[in-house]
Design a protein around this ligand. Structure first.
Ligand SMILES: CCC(=O)SCCNC(=O)CCNC(=O)[C@H](O)C(C)(C)COP(=O)(O)OP(=O)(O)OC[C@H]1O[C@@H](n2cnc3c(N)ncnc32)[C@H](O)[C@@H]1OP(=O)(O)O
Ligand SMILES: O=C([O-])CC(=O)C(=O)O
Length: 375
């Protein structure tokens, strides 16, 4: 078993910063629940849209409610022309997270949230069109193609794969996307969600909260770790080479992206789920390198540091096996986590007090001002 971390000191670690009814993280060391449901059960038996509905509307939908919800989302998938025109002007070498941030912010000017009564409708719209923001920009800037942003795909994950690859995705890939979107949907007071809540606490609009959250998710210590993990595993030709280099990296005290967690102490429950699907995808594509390399890194990290893979590590190989470009990994996270962010914004608004902690002052003592001509 991993040694218990000291959860005090920097980073607000271990401090309760508010209340939520949305999820529990790491209670009894490991588990993750969304509104009381174990995430592993949801990943095994639910559709992502059911989970989005659960988070945003409070309960799992009935069959009729789910059908209606999916129908509604499907009708909201296309992008406004003005947004397409702006996406066409964003350079090819821009980071796709900056594209998502800009797309969200621009939509806030085209379809603003004028009152908080519109919060659920505005969220449904963002949920439905985020895959198109990413794929319209990607296909235009990389392939010179103006894609049709609608599709007949029933699920959000399938819709994303269709827009990206321009063809109907396999059932396996749709299934894995569904699981992935469920695993990433919600995670209590992580850095990006807390960012969204701080923004919401000023009574700002939904788009500002989500734009701010995208910025926080972008960093490699948070959502950006799935891209960084891919860059790591791609460097190696064999498990032996990976283990040997890992030892050198740990010796140099390098951070190994996709490992460790601020809250979980023993394991990240999302890891076992996505790891299983990554293995299935590896078998499907006949991979003999990336998955074994990932396992070798996993083993070395545990042996050397007692650090376990978090949700991001095996997502890297899983997405790669589905032909998803590495730089789109974190934007997919956005498409999912939007549900958690928005649900937290609703929760914050329903019982709001501006979030404004205090700082311990470490600067110089009070001193006399000296006018500039005497300095
Ligand atoms: C799924 C979405 C997510 O956001 S999950 C997190 C994604 N981020 C990453 O994978 C980035 C790599 N991991 C990390 O930087 C940290 O583990 C994060 C997740 C930021 C948690 O930080 P924090 O709570 O400060 O870590 P800690 O107190 O548990 O650290 C204890 C000691 O272990 C080390 N450690 C931690 N993680 C790693 C790692 N990935 N590679 C190498 N060393 C690691 C820390 O540096 C720390 O060591 P020391 O006590 O300072 O000597
Ligand atoms: O909770 C955290 O600190 C990071 C994380 O795993 C997530 O946001 O999914």
């Amino acid at each position: 078993m991993a040694e218990a971390k000291v959860l005090s000191g920097a980073g607000l670690r271990g401090q309760v910063a508010g209340q939520t009814a949305l999820s529990t993280v790491g209670q009894a060391g490991a588990g993750l629940t969304y509104r009381g449901y174990d995430v592993r059960d949801l990943a095994a038996g639910a559709e992502f849209e059911e989970v989005a509905y659960l988070l945003l509307y409070g309960e799992l939908p009935s069959k009729a409610e789910l059908a209606d919800y999916k129908h509604r989302l499907k009708a909201l998938r296309d992008l406004p022309q003005a947004l397409k025109e702006v996406l066409e002007r964003i350079p090819r070498d821009a980071h796709p997270m900056d594209v998502m941030r800009t797309g969200c912010s621009l939509l806030g000017t085209l379809e603003p949230e004028l009152t908080f009564d519109a919060q659920r409708d505005r969220t449904d719209r963002l949920l439905a069109l985020f895959p198109a923001v990413m794929c319209y920009w990607y296909r235009f800037s990389h392939h010179g193609v103006r894609i049709d942003c609608s599709s007949d795909e029933d699920s959000l994950g399938g819709h994303f794969l269709y827009l990206l690859h321009g063809k109907k995705p396999s059932d396996l890939h749709v299934k894995v996307m569904n699981v992935s979107l469920i695993l990433y949907a919600e995670h209590e007071f992580n850095a990006s969600t807390f960012t969204a809540r701080v923004c919401a606490s000023t009574l700002s609009d939904l788009y500002s909260c989500i734009t701010a959250a995208i910025g926080a998710l972008r960093g490699p210590l948070h959502g950006g770790a799935n891209e960084a993990a891919m860059e790591l595993i791609e460097r190696f030709q064999s498990p032996q080479e990976a283990s040997a280099e890992l030892l050198r990296m740990l010796e140099r005290k390098d951070k190994i992206m996709g490992f460790g967690h601020a809250i979980y102490k023993e394991s990240d429950p999302r890891n076992e789920v996505i790891k299983g699907w990554s293995k299935q995808l590896a078998d499907e594509v006949g991979d003999t390198v990336l998955y074994p390399v990932s396992e070798a890194i996993d083993k070395t990290m545990w042996e050397q540091k007692r650090l376990f893979p978090n949700a991001d590590f095996y997502h890297a190989s899983a997405y790669h096996f589905m032909g998803i470009p590495t730089k789109l990994f974190t934007p997919i996270f956005v498409c999912s986590r939007l549900t958690g962010w928005a649900a937290h914004v609703f929760e914050q608004r329903a019982n709001n007090r501006i979030i404004r902690p205090s700082a311990e002052y470490t600067g110089v003592e009070q001193r006399q001002f000296v006018p500039i001509d005497r300095r």
